[in-house]
Design a protein around this ligand. Sequence first.
Ligand code: ZN
Length: 419
Amino acid sequence: MRLTSRLIRHGTLMSIALLGACARTTAPATSITPVAPSLGDTAAIRTLVGRLDLERYKATIKGLTQFGDRRQGTDRNRAAVDWIEAQLKSYGCTNTERLTYEYHPPTPPTPAEAAARADSAARFRARNPNAAQGGGRIRGMRTRTGVNNDSLRQPDPRLRALNSQPSTPGERQQVYCTKIGTTRPDEMYIVGAHMDGIGWGEAANDDGSGTALVMELARIFSSADVRTERSIRFVLWNNEETGLNGARAYVAQRQALQGQEEPAGSGRYPEPRWLGMIQHDMMMFDHGMPRPDSTVSKEQRPEADVNIEFQSNSKMASGSQQLAWILAYANEKFATDYPATVGQHMTNTDSTPFMDIVPAVSLRENERGAQIGAGWNPHWHQPTDLYSTFSDKDFRLGLNAAQTTLGALGQLAGATLKR
Ligand SMILES: [Zn+2]
């Protein structure tokens, strides 16, 4: 009896030990199911992804740079909104609309207030020397970042003149168009990027690269032979650089209109119910960490990736991380060159005003807080954010983000091709 019992105990321990060994070396008993059953037709989605083209993507970015840095509250910004709207219409995304709002910059702090804020920021940095915006920690080398406000740092006189009109407070507009779903027109995904920029360059990467991506997706989904079950809205936000004011105005004006049929019985939904928000902001430059002398490699690093971020500290974190994984798996399936990585510190972009309401993610060249915030992109908000700064390897990273979002949206919205 004693012996037997000892053997049983021994056997049990053995089993647990073996289970532990197995858990480390073989597939776990359960696996995550990252992709909701696709509503779309994979072959059709593959065809649509194949319609993305590097030269077209580059041409759209080039087109945006004709308006310089497109700073909000200027004629060049308004001309860019007009141009974007005309392009969307020419793609067949004909139901363009504009959202109008007011922007008045906050009154600057008094010298005493400014000093108090700087002091409190310095004390925070002293206590948390490696804290990144949005959460997480900065590792390794870092360099100074900031916004260039000095026109004389733009050496090209043509571009200096183009960017010279200052911003004036007042009315603002941003444009969007919608692919209306056939069987679920009352549900939609919002796909966005910001068209305004700063820094006395051409805002080619921040955020011409995201704006062109969203415009290219609008072009492909609007093609006459494409059908989606759910609706998709393509939004080009304004006033991102001043504090996400365009996206905040959209949420303030339209959140309560979700899912309402107007007029009743018409089958038309001016604001379909939001299912998710996918933002694109700085898509092209992943050249690695700054070197000890503060310079950054001139070449795209071979291990460059698309960074898909959600915010773990948001009300919709669970749904947002699921959306992030759906995008990551779409990248594996559809993107030609660069992989995707998922992170939990989404911050400082137009998906932020959505993140407590609906699943929200951002796609970028790097992590916003720990990498871009540490100076990984030396052209960020600088006069060198020019079309001519970037190589085909850079443009191709943006194209791979487009393939990623297009693939995921094709599955989520249910894309098929009419025969
Ligand atoms: Zn940006």
